[in-house]
Design a protein around this ligand. Structure first.
Ligand code: ZN
Length: 274
């Protein structure tokens, strides 16, 4: 599933291609895709795209007359941009054709197809956006706010990092990377963190995400991509491979159906879990 760094690069690269273009035609190709607004998204026709922003794992396409198309790619969705003359594949669930004879297409090759879009005039009133916590790269993500959100929760810190209501945009892969960057065990509980550890974790969040954005950008340049680019990560997806810092084999556990990778040595996992 794409996370904040992937979406930031997609956002930037799509903006370079699409801003200032007008929509000439819309085709919604899967019932249930549109969560808010007319199911055929007809109001988009004729509107010019002014901006693309991101909130958590949602991309917000801002069209003229304050019309917003919000897109959540969920698990398997990807965005494709190219010439309208290219054949539309069976797994394409949304096509926005632009005035320059190019299409922006939402493609969902895996099942279940659960990507979602909303058409609205005020994104702050859309349910999934109402529930989001601060953006980790924004000014509202302060140490005070983060410490308060952690509070004395008896929750595993990895789960807290993935809780979109506490901090927006982080999923399974970057939660692992952030914990490695902070040199904290993914199995620690929030209430056991000392103040200096909370600060270290808070700093690691934007640092890790900014680093990842740069690494992805280096690999894709101006292009889009149809699967996550994760070859540069230190721990996630590297079970058994030597840690790039200390050489210890990267560990892996499954809990609640999700893979967690960590370096037992760098992240001090041999410490008893309290
Ligand atoms: Zn290590």
């Amino acid at each position: 599933m794409p996370e904040l760094p992937d979406l930031e690069v997609i956002r930037e690269n799509l903006a370079a291609r699409l801003l200032g273009r007008a929509v000439s035609c819309v085709a919604v190709r899967r019932p249930g895709l549109v969560q808010a607004g007319p199911v055929d998204l007809a109001p988009l026709v004729g509107k010019t795209l002014h901006d693309i922003t991101r909130r958590g794992k949602h991309l917000l396409f801002h069209f003229q007359e304050d019309l917003f198309l919000i897109v959540h790619l969920m698990r398997y969705g990807w965005l494709w941009h190219g010439p309208s003359r290219y054949e539309i594949t069976k797994t394409t669930t949304l096509v926005l054709s632009f005035s320059d004879a190019t299409d922006l297409r939402l493609i969902e090759p895996g099942t279940p197809q659960i990507a979602a879009v909303w058409l609205c005039s005020d994104p702050s009133q859309v349910d999934p956006l109402k529930k989001l916590g601060p953006e980790p790269l924004g000014p509202q993500f302060t140490l005070d706010a983060f410490s308060q959100a952690l509070g004395k929760r008896r929750r595993i810190i990895k789960k807290i990092l993935m809780d979109q209501a506490i901090v927006a945009g982080i999923g399974n892969a970057y939660a692992d990377e952030i914990l490695f960057w902070a040199r904290l065990s993914p199995f620690r509980y929030a209430h056991t963190l000392r103040a200096e550890e909370v600060e270290k974790l808070w700093r690691a969040i934007p640092e890790t995400l900014r680093w990842a954005i740069g690494e992805i950008k280096l690999r894709v340049g101006e292009n889009l991509f149809d699967k996550e680019i994760r070859d540069f990560l230190f721990v996630h997806g590297r079970a058994g491979a030597p840690c790039r810092v200390c050489g210890t084999p990267i560990g892996e556990v499954l809990f609640e159906g999700q893979r967690t990778n960590y370096c037992p040595r760098c992240q001090n996992v041999s410490q008893p879990v309290r």
